[in-house]
Design a protein around this ligand. Structure first.
Ligand SMILES: Cc1cc2nc3c(=O)[nH]c(=O)nc-3n(C[C@H](O)[C@H](O)[C@H](O)COP(=O)(O)OP(=O)(O)OC[C@H]3O[C@@H](n4cnc5c(N)ncnc54)[C@H](O)[C@@H]3O)c2cc1C
Length: 485
């Protein structure tokens, strides 16, 4: 079976949904979501969305400077300028669409502070901003008659055709469909599941990056991986619950195994240094103390304030046996975000014509080597709108027909060998976690290359296990090859 659409968007997070909202209503659009609609990194965002919008004491130059400093000036300055100067427009748009941000008693917006920001400029919905944004965007998209949403439908492979792109799709009942389009937007999110410990949801396996890489699109700075310093440390689960930077923004202290503050030995910005600096400091302190016991302590603050400001974090930690209003909470860094990705221009177009990428899978260059907190939801909105506008400008001259590529899902062929994902995750955790280990990376690369070659040539059944394993291994392969350069 096959279907044709003007635009296919792979991904139902903030980037994919906002692209659909901004595309012209006369285009026939398909949005794919490989698991449940609510499962994505966007809906996990706690801290908020950064932006200078009706802020008398702040300005876009300050926001730009903070972004460049956090990114070690490895950012694309033009892209950063676009990000900060267009923030107001998209924040206002999502408010008009129904997103509610917290307000102060005088009716003005409450803006919080996070590491690396010189001004209070983070708009938030308590500590569940991502859920508020994605739920509202989804409600709006579900009302659009020109948009079809396919939940639990995985894009398994993509090929370029003479009229655009063809994709092999697989639904939850293992039915395969070919979908053809003139324009494709990859908005498939991050790569957290390439690591043993991450804050990311189960969907974050780098599928879009893998499809783009396989088609020959340019991938840039995939080794720019962000490790968040304060994930709750229960030393067990793969998906680590994040304790937002906003908790440090409200004054939390970082403590070592002796329950002593230590950041003054590493950076004058103390707990509010950018994430990479704090994660590095924790790893160096852990080597010095020979202990991985670290804590976040905000128990000295008013407990009612903390319960109202961080209701979701408070409840989640309580469920895990910790009361943040009364005691220090165990934390440790883990994988959190990808700054690199599929390289795009300022229209969010990749190096392949009519193939777009936005959100976490893309590399716009705004983040440099380290993302400033709360700039990623903003990037997802601003640059998915750019993709939508560029497609709108080209749609009239798109071909009238749809060429269809051939795919072979190897029905009846064997499944991939067991343990591929676990082995790759261990390699990444041991060789490239906060402070890279070049020797381990070189050894890991050899093994990852072997596994990848086997997956590509083994003739295995193209099921979900295969697609996810191939993505994880391909992302690890690209990251480690960059680390060894
Ligand atoms: C715990 C946590 C807290 C965060 N807090 C903040 C914050 O406070 N502020 C901030 O700015 N950023 C924050 N971030 C980062 C931010 O949430 C993400 O970078 C951003 O939301 C990514 O959006 P996205 O649309 O690119 O991807 P996602 O929201 O992850 O969406 C990806 C979509 O792609 C789909 N998909 C993937 N592969 C396929 C496939 N093969 N076929 C079909 N569909 C596919 C998935 O099903 C999903 O719908 C946080 C991230 C995490 C994990």
């Amino acid at each position: 079976m096959s279907v044709n659409y003007d635009v296919i968007i792979a991904g139902c997070g903030a980037a994919g949904l906002y692209a659909a909202i901004n595309l012209p209503s006369e285009l026939n659009i398909l949005i794919l979501c490989k698991r449940e609609l609510s499962l994505c990194n966007s809906s996990l965002a706690q801290g908020g969305i950064a932006g200078v919008y009706n802020s008398p004491n702040d300005n876009i130059q300050y926001h730009q400077n903070d972004t460049l400093i956090a990114g070690s000036f490895k950012n694309n300055v033009d892209a950063v300028h676009t990000l900060v100067s267009e923030a107001a427009q998209d924040i206002e748009h999502i408010i008009d669409l129904g997103v509610e941000f917290d307000k102060k008693p005088d009716g003005t917006y409450h803006r919080t502070l996070e590491g690396g920001h010189s001004h209070h400029r983070i708009f938030h919905h308590a500590d569940a901003t991502g859920k508020e944004i994605t739920t509202t965007l989804l409600e709006n998209v579900q009302k659009l008659p020109n948009v079809t949403i396919m939940e639990n439908t995985m894009m398994c492979s993509v090929k370029k055709t003479s009229t655009g792109y063809s994709a092999l799709l697989k639904d939850i009942e293992e039915n395969y469909t070919t979908a053809n389009c003139h324009f494709m937007i990859l908005a498939t999110g991050g790569i957290g599941r390439v690591y043993q410990f991450t804050t990311n949801s189960a969907i974050a396996t780098g599928d879009g990056i893998t499809f783009a890489f396989e088609m020959g699109a340019k991938i840039k700075n995939l080794s720019y991986v962000q490790f968040h310093p304060t994930a709750f440390n229960n030393r067990a689960t793969r998906e680590c619950f994040l304790i937002s930077e906003a908790v440090r923004g409200e004054g939390a202290y970082l403590l070592n195994c002796h329950k002593e503050r230590f950041m003054h030995n590493y950076d004058e910005r103390l707990e509010l240094a950018p994430r990479d600096v704090v994660s590095h400091a924790i790893i160096l302190e852990s080597r010095k103390q020979n202990s991985t016991d670290f804590y976040l302590d905000i128990s000295y603050k008013d407990s009612e304030f903390l319960k109202n400001r961080f209701p979701m974090i408070y409840k989640n930690l309580l469920d895990q046996g910790y009361d943040l209003t009364k005691e220090p909470v165990p934390i440790f860094p883990c994988q959190h975000y990808l700054m690199g990705g599929i390289d795009v221009d300022r229209n969010s177009e990749t190096s392949l014509p009519n193939l777009y990428a936005c959100g976490e899978c893309s590399h716009t260059g705004v983040h440099g080597s380290n993302r400033l907190a709360s700039n990623s939801l903003l990037e997802a909105l601003v640059f998915s709108r750019h993709a939508a506008n560029d497609i709108a400008s080209k749609a009239a001259s798109a071909p009238k027909d749809f060429e269809e590529a051939e795919f072979d899902p190897h029905i009846g062929a064997p499944h991939i060998p067991k343990g591929v994902r676990t082995e790759t995750r261990k390699i990444m955790q041991n060789s490239y976690f906060v402070i890279p280990d070049k020797k381990a990376a070189a050894e890991g690369f050899k093994r990852v290359k072997e596994i990848r070659e086997d997956l590509l040539s083994g003739g295995y059944l193209v099921d979900a296990d295969y697609v996810l394993a191939k993505s994880i291994v391909t992302v690890a392969y690209i990251i480690l090859s960059e680390v060894m350069e």
